[in-house]
Design a protein around this ligand. Structure first.
Ligand SMILES: [Zn+2]
Length: 78
């Protein structure tokens, strides 16, 4: 395993959300996830806003399994 790992690309459309420590913390955790099946990290995430206390996130991952893990981290109620 190499020490060099491509960072997860993060796109946040709402400036206020970009400043949210809570969101940053969760994205940090998600960025460390790795698919057990494909040995891939999450490629990218877009945060579109906050809906009823939930972050509206769109993930780019190798498979649904990894996406579900990411969603579980970020979609925790705020
Ligand atoms: Zn996978």
């Amino acid at each position: 395993m190499t020490a060099l790992q491509e960072a997860m690309k993060i796109n946040i459309e709402n400036l206020e959300l970009a400043r949210s420590d809570r969101l940053r913390e969760r994205l940090d955790i998600a960025a460390r996830l790795r698919c057990t099946e494909h040995d891939q990290p999450i490629f990218a995430v877009s945060i579109h806003g906050l809906e009823n206390g939930w972050f509206d996130a769109q993930w780019t991952t190798c498979c649904e399994k990894l996406e579900h893990q990411a969603v579980a981290i970020v979609k925790d109620r705020c």
